[in-house]
Design a protein around this ligand. Sequence first.
Ligand SMILES: Cc1cc2nc3c(=O)[nH]c(=O)nc-3n(C[C@H](O)[C@H](O)[C@H](O)COP(=O)(O)O)c2cc1C
Length: 216
Amino acid sequence: MMRTTGAVRRFTDDPLPDEVLERILDNARFAPTGGNRQGAHVIVVRDRETREKLVELSVTGAQRYIAQTKNGEGPWNPVKPMRVTPEEVAATEVPPYLGAPVLGADAVLVVCVDLNVCAAFDQYLGRIALIPGASVYPFVWGILLAARNEVYGGVLTTMAVAEEPRIKELLGIPDDYAIAALLPIGKPVKQVSKLTRKPVSEIATRERFDGEPFTS
Ligand SMILES: Cc1cc2nc3c(=O)[nH]c(=O)nc-3n(C[C@H](O)[C@H](O)[C@H](O)COP(=O)(O)O)c2cc1C
């Protein structure tokens, strides 16, 4: 299952019934969270108008992503300053296919998390905080795995979160919550069978970061 749960962006017209979606969430909810505080909340969006607004709200994130990628930068990376101008970003065209998964899936799950229950041990390190995400992304990945198990599929998207305040207003999300991901879910046109990933020897080393590649 883990080797074949790829990003699904094209969906058939088949419905994702509430009872299947409930089962998917019922399995995914067993994901770990810091202190078992379980701060996630899922909004199941099926309404067409709401989805169109979500696509509109992903333009800001997409423009900078595309502009920086074209300029050879790591898009939205929190380490190096952006080298394209705000004017260039604003003038960047966003191809309509980027919004297709949110419009074409039978449901879009907006996963948010209550920051009051996320222990952010890395909040004073002078870099962007990563640890609070660990209290929600295992759940997000669990949803995609559980969907695959039901022969459904989806994709983890985050671009729209650049406009988080406006999404929160649109969906009535409380102040202390952060949006972790938007997951379009539906019946895949095609199930992927082979994913392109780095081998273990490239991503693991012995004893130290610069240690020998880990292989058996
Ligand atoms: C944090 C994160 C953000 C992502 N954001 C988007 C997104 O905004 N739009 C999109 O189509 N895919 C998005 N993806 C999906 C990735 O592009 C996808 O997982 C990756 O390319 C691997 O694809 P594969 O599983 O089909 O090989 C995101 C994935 C992650 C983990």
